[in-house]
Each structure stands twice: as C-alpha cells, then as structure tokens.
Design a protein around this ligand. Structure first.
Ligand code: ZN
Length: 247
C-alpha cells in the first residue's frame, strides 16, 4: 500500500506515469508497505494465468527473495526508479522515506534490489545517476543503501505512520515493528543484500523475470512452454515496489 498522501500522475510518453506526493511527508515515514491485498504469486501460478494477466505481472510485479512475484494492487506499482530515491527498502515489507518529501515531489525507489531480470539504461537525471541499473548493483552498493535506511529509521518512531496498521509483516520484519513499538530509534535492520534472490543475474533475451523467479520451475512444464508463451524480456517498468519506468 502506497502512502495516502500520494497520487498517480502522467509524466511523459517515455516514462509513463509516476507517484507524486500531495502533501509534505517527513523523513522516516513508511512510504509503502506490503499489505494483505498485494498479490503474491508462485511461478506456476503466473505461468497458468491468461496471457493478458501474465503480461501484467511481467510488467508490474517484482520478484522477492524467495522467487515469488509480488503484484501491488494500488498505484504503488507505478513508482519509478531513481539512483537517488526518496525511499529505501527495509526487510520484506517496508519502504522508508530517507529524506523529507515535498508536495509535488515524485516518490521513487531503487530497482537494484528488486531482482530485476535485466540491466537497463537509467535516465533518472539525478546527480550520481549510475547510467545502467542491473541485478549486480546491490553487491557493490548495499553498504550505503543500508546506511541510508538506518539513518531514516531513527526518525520512524517520531513521525506519523499511517500505513503501519496495514502492513503484512514477514519474519524479518518483526524486529522492525518491535523497535517501533518500543520507540527505539536504532535497530539492526535487515540488509538490502539479503533481499537479493539467490542466483539473480542478467537474463538472456526472452527470459526476463523468469530467469530469476523460475529457477525452480518444473522441468516438464518448461518443456511444454514455448518461447512465445513467455513474457518479453525487457521490463522498462519494474514494479511497485516497483517496476516503474527507468529514466
Ligand atoms: Zn539513474
């Protein structure tokens, strides 16, 4: 679920849509949480979907560390990537604002932790834009991403958290919730590195997300699946958490 003080806006024909703040949102606010409406699908479930729905998953879902596809039900799935995003991920269920977000500012996140299936050209326009964003970026950059998240979390207990009642927390998220309940400003957070799907790599042409999420796919099913059945490789829009357009 995306923060209530946001709306979907059209950006351009290249980028498509993005998520923008409609009010001031302070640093330390959870901008997005995994909630019970977000759909989590296994590889087999996705494979059995009608083509139109399968393509929607390919375009909008992201892959979690267990290889499942996560399809966000609200406009959170339109969050775009930035090399200097407004939020960083914490554990499995949170995106936290790493700076104050001003009204009218676009909410962005880091696709480099979302087990993207393919390196893409980035034109986010931010100072320090990496130019290319790929599955291996997290191995190089996780220390600074973790530091940003920990710094932001120091503010989490002292700012409004309207999304907290809706979070669907996983095992790695309970320490975060416990710390918030205690009003703690410091806690050892799960590292971005732990969100990486084992075996994540740049997919070959035609593989896309399946190269990552389909690591354990049934060989018999794979034999029956023609290349034409598979979603296109290029996912310019990553998901809500974000498969949004790279720019
Ligand atoms: Zn960039």
């Amino acid at each position: 679920m995306i923060h209530p003080h946001t709306e979907l806006r059209y950006v351009s024909s290249t980028v498509g849509h993005g998520v923008f703040a409609t009010a001031f949102i302070p640093k330390g606010t959870f901008l997005w949480v995994l909630d019970p409406f977000d759909r989590i699908l296994t590889v087999d479930e996705v494979r059995d979907l009608p083509p139109v729905l399968k393509q929607a998953v390919e375009r909008w879902a992201y892959v979690d560390p267990t290889g499942h596809f996560v399809f966000c039900w609200d406009h959170g799935r339109f969050m775009n990537h930035s090399c200097r995003p407004t939020s960083r991920g914490i554990g499995d269920a949170f995106e936290i604002a790493v700076r104050d977000v001003l009204p009218g500012e676009e909410l962005t996140c880091e696709y480099g932790i979302l087990n993207i299936g393919k390196t893409f050209d980035c034109a986010c326009g931010q100072l320090g834009c990496r130019g290319r964003v790929g599955p291996g970026d997290v191995e190089r950059l996780f220390p600074s991403w973790d530091a940003e998240a920990e710094d932001a979390f120091r503010h989490a207990a002292s700012v409004p958290q309207p999304l907290l009642p809706f979070v669907k927390a996983g095992p790695r998220d309970h320490a975060v919730l416990d710390a918030l309940a205690r009003g703690a400003t410091s806690v050892t957070l799960p590292s971005h590195r732990e969100y990486r799907r084992e075996g994540a790599h740049d997919a070959g042409e035609g593989e896309g997300l399946w190269a990552i999420a389909g690591v354990h796919e049934n060989p018999q099913r794979r034999a029956r699946t023609t290349r034409a059945d598979r979603p296109s490789a290029t996912r310019r829009r990553a998901s809500s958490r974000r498969v949004g357009a790279a720019r």
